[in-house]
Unconditional design. Structure first.
Length: 187
């Protein structure tokens, strides 16, 4: 089934929309799919299973990935600008140098995910679970991290200028060299 769905995904967002219309209530299954560079911008991938999928360099701008399973997915270099990932599962996902500008990741599970060098400018990360995540060198400028769990997260060199961090849990987080919301750099 995943291979059939991979062919549909390669055909783009419109093909996914047609499949969804023809198969209401069914899960779009892309487990372990090889889809590097695929264009799924504006695709409806709500509740889809994309765990361990290779989506490196994919165009997922404005895609709807609410409650999708992206566990251990490779999204390195992918463009997820404006994407909706509310309550999505992304533990151990690889998002190195991914673009998530203005993405909604509220309530998402990003525990142990690698987001080094990712651009999360103006991203909504309220109540996101980011325990043990690697955010080294990530840009989180003007991001909303209200109530986010960043326990044991690695943020050396991260840019948090203008970020909202009310109620965020940074217990044992590594903030060496990070630029804090006030604009002040940590030693």
């Amino acid at each position: 089934m995943a291979q059939d769905h991979a062919a549909i995904a390669r055909a783009g967002a419109q093909a996914v929309a047609v499949w969804r219309q023809d198969h209401p209530g069914e899960t779009f299954e892309l487990y372990r799919a090889e889809l590097p560079g695929v264009d799924l911008s504006r695709a409806d991938l709500r509740h889809a299973v994309l765990s361990v999928a290779n989506l490196a360099g994919a165009d997922l701008r404005d895609a709807d990935l609410r409650e999708a399973n992206l566990t251990a997915a490779n999204l390195s270099g992918a463009d997820l600008s404006g994407a909706t990932l509310m309550n999505a599962d992304l533990p151990s996902a690889l998002l190195t140098r991914a673009t998530l500008v203005g993405a909604d990741l509220s309530g998402a599970d990003l525990s142990m995910a690698t987001l080094s060098g990712a651009d999360l400018t103006r991203a909504n990360l309220t109540r996101a679970h980011m325990t043990g995540a690697d955010l080294s060198g990530a840009v989180l400028a003007e991001a909303d991290l209200t109530g986010a769990a960043l326990l044991h997260a690695d943020l050396p060199g991260a840019d948090l200028r203008g970020a909202t961090m009310e109620g965020a849990n940074l217990l044992e987080a590594d903030l060496r060299g990070a630029t804090m919301p006030s604009g002040q750099a940590r030693p």
